[in-house]
Design a protein around this ligand. Structure first.
Ligand code: DOR
Ligand code: ZN
Length: 427
């Protein structure tokens, strides 16, 4: 349906009272004057670009007790996210053309939001990357082991990055060095043990190795979920074909503050010290870090309610990513400009998407949100199948409406599109 939305629109770096016209799912005009036709007024709320979460684990296929693509993408929609990129550690892992094709077919019928799939790189499939690239939006390399992850040997890293560059795809890297992790391996009983077993040095070493192996200035590499000050220092003089992501759990938590229910905060890379946390806020505010990502990694309550050493690593976060950061903007912890760059425009640029910005010609992906309506997060009100959040009680600003390609996807309480509305992007 073609229509016009009237209100305070975030456009070219500031708010403007204007009319945003939508034609065939695209932004057709942003004007000061009214056009005829169907028309929505948002009152005192504001219109912002929808978010893009470039790092989620929706567990589909393989782990339907934790999540599936319909619940994961519903959670994304209620969090103001119009597009997600799903990681390859599903079951089967997406390391072959067949697994990618089957997963694409499956999630195309389930997703409420647009999506891209990443192909996993292991020691066996490097020569297949050009072929895989026709079926994925990018590649993922795990340099250190984590939950049901693949692993790539350091000797194969350069060759993998060369192949990915030739395939013109971005490569996401989980930067923890496996040999370093092995050296520190021990039984763990607490979050502090967990961070001792996965020290910042392992992150820093992996990042330095990645930087040494970048084949050329046109090779796009994304360092996922940076967690430490030392890792950030290693990236200080990086070239701009390297992007760096941070998650809300690494920004809001430090290990000493988390005394209760510690298994629920067990995640890789680990939650570290308040020094590391401060360094990440700083890195974000000085634009050294340029992506916000949730690393949404749900596990069930039963799986987390065990002794620390046996608990799986990972926390959910796709629905709280944008709302937590909007509340942080209101508190003055970062600017709206920085947030929209990191969560909308920069991911769109890296993944070649016509999204991420309210601009003529781009997809009409936007949220309507009341910036005065801060509320406390409650797991009960969220939509992930796992049924809990590490951010219980944290202030957040949720969108009241989400539009994707000009279609209204949610209002305050319900989904307005069918499963399968979401389209595959970035392939
Ligand atoms: O904590 C984590 N959980 N880190 C990862 O790298 C994977 C993730 C998961 O899939 O559960
Ligand atoms: Zn992840």
């Amino acid at each position: 349906m073609d229509f016009t939305v009237e209100g305070k629109i975030y456009h070219k770096g500031s708010f403007e009272e204007a009319y945003l016209s939508i034609r065939q799912g695209k932004i057709a005009a942003i004007k000061k004057t009214m056009t005829s036709g169907s028309h929505l007024t948002v009152g005192s709320q504001v219109i912002l670009p929808a978010g893009i979460d470039c790092h989620v684990h929706f567990r589909d296929p393989g782990f339907p007790k934790k999540e599936d693509f319909s619940t994961g993408s519903a959670a994304a929609a209620f969090g103001g996210i119009s597009c997600v990129f799903d990681m390859p550690n599903t079951q089967p892992q997406t390391t072959s053309v067949r697994a990618l094709l089957e997963k694409t077919q499956r999630v195309t019928q389930k997703s409420y939001v647009d999506f891209g799939l990443l192909a996993g790189v292991n020691d066996e499939n490097i020569s297949m990357l050009p072929e895989l690239s026709a079926y994925c939006s990018g590649f993922k390399i795990f340099l250190g082991s984590s939950t049901n992850t693949l692993h790539l040997n350091l000797q194969n890293l350069h060759r993998a990055l060369v192949e990915a560059e030739q395939a013109k795809k971005i490569t996401f890297v989980h930067a923890e060095d496996e040999l370093c992790l092995k050296k520190h391996q021990a039984t763990e009983q607490s979050l502090v043990d967990h961070l001792r077993c996965r020290p910042a040095r392992c992150e820093e070493e992996a990042i330095r190795t990645v930087l040494k192996n970048i084949p050329s200035p046109s090779s796009l590499v994304h360092i996922c979920h940076l967690s430490s000050r030392d890792g950030l220092e290693a990236l200080r003089t990086r070239p701009n074909n390297i992007s760096v992501g941070v998650t809300p759990h690494h920004l809001f938590f430090d290990a000493p503050m988390l005394q209760k229910n510690q298994t629920f905060y067990k995640v890789n890379p680990p939650i570290r010290s308040s020094f590391d946390k401060e360094a990440l806020w700083n890195g974000m505010n000085t634009h050294l870090i340029d992506i916000l990502e949730s690393d949404h990694a749900p596990h069930t309550l039963e799986e987390k309610n065990v002794d620390f050493d046996s608990a799986p690593s990972g926390v959910p976060g796709v629905e709280t990513l944008y709302p937590l950061m909007l509340a942080a903007v209101i508190k003055g912890q970062l600017t709206l400009d920085t947030l929209l760059w990191m969560l909308c425009e920069r991911p769109a640029q890296l993944l070649h998407l016509p999204k991420g910005k309210l601009e003529v010609g781009r997809d009409a992906d936007f949220i309507v949100v009341d910036m005065k309506k801060t509320q406390m997060i409650s797991g009960e009100n969220l939509h992930s199948k796992c049924g809990w959040t590490p951010f219980e009680g944290y202030p957040a600003i949720f969108p009241s409406l989400l539009f994707i390609r000009g279609e209204q996807v949610i209002d305050d309480h319900q989904l307005l599109v069918k499963q399968g509305f979401g389209a595959s992007v970035g392939v």
